[in-house]
Design a protein around this ligand. Sequence first.
Ligand code: PLP
Length: 373
Amino acid sequence: MQFDTPYYLIDEQRLSKNLKKIQWLKENAGVKSVLALKCFSTWPVFELMSQYMDGTTSSSLYEARLGYEEFGKEVHAYSVAFSKDEITELKQYADKIIFNSISQLKTFYSKINHLDIGLRLNPQVSYSDYDLADPARKHSRLGVTNYSSVLDIANLINGVMFHYNCENANFNNFSTLLDAISDTYSDLLFQLNWVSLGGGIYFTLDDYPLEKFSQKLKAFGEYFNIQVYLEPGEAVITNSVSLVTSVLDIVHNELDIAIVDSSIEAHMLDLLTYRESAVMKAPSFKKYYYMIAGKSCLAADIFGQFHFNSPLKVGDKIHIIDAGGYTMVKMNWFNGLRMPSIVIKRLNGDYEQVKNFDYHDFKQNLGCAAFLQ
Ligand SMILES: *Cc1c(COP(=O)(O)O)cnc(C)c1O
């Protein structure tokens, strides 16, 4: 199949591998999983995902609406802060509303007390390699820290959400933190119907001890007689999406630099934010070495440095793997670069292009003739 680069390629076969682990976890541990839309919102694959998952969770009104319209099943709505108008509209979409603070809970309680109501707690312990993404960082506004004030309003809520992991692939660490939460919050957990343990747990990776993870969650759920939820984002789509680019030029400055028709700032922003390298399939020989760089004018628009089996030339395709999480949802029009189109390789092997961008999308994004005098 030939598509113009750049494009994101979503492979449903690979996606299914992760989804089957999520389903297995539900069958074995009774744990429900809702997709964190802030990581991945590419709804043309929701039909597949919704066969294995229990619904979606959101960080905003628009995400909640998308989950309701395109995914179905349970719609969990969380936001760091809701406005009054958002709450009014949310009532049409959400099954559960999870507040970030007791003040928001009290402000909106009378409007939504026919729904399932939750509160985000901040356990003040976390796993994160990045201060930027650490929910337990100093002065964090993410979730309630004062436990006794939560016990005072416990009768108003049905559940709580803890999101305290970021890229956590270490089961022992997960297990220790869960024990800490069980100890600290046991009085509350015994009174509730559900608890969400958030996202950030890399349980779909090949070497993750899924069996132990399952036993741990099952024991936790049974002990408190509570429905356990996970809110995976990255773990759902890991290793199932690539970004396909083409080499446009090769320049030399101490090393060979291949410039491709994409950009980390515009199309894989997290690489820049967290100063990480993109990932490529390892070559069989480590013979030719290049820096792969983007075509924006940002000096540090660099995917990384990689070995190749043969010398690169203009027109060669460069496949950046594991490019599904926090990429399509964060695309932007910096430098006026055309956004990568979105292609899905369906389960039956057919390729389908579901989105293509052009100049009009760029222009419309910043103004619309209908508003001009
Ligand atoms: C970001 C986030 C998630 C998803 O995190 P991943 O690392 O993508 O699994 C889940 N829940 C909440 C509250 C989040 O903020």
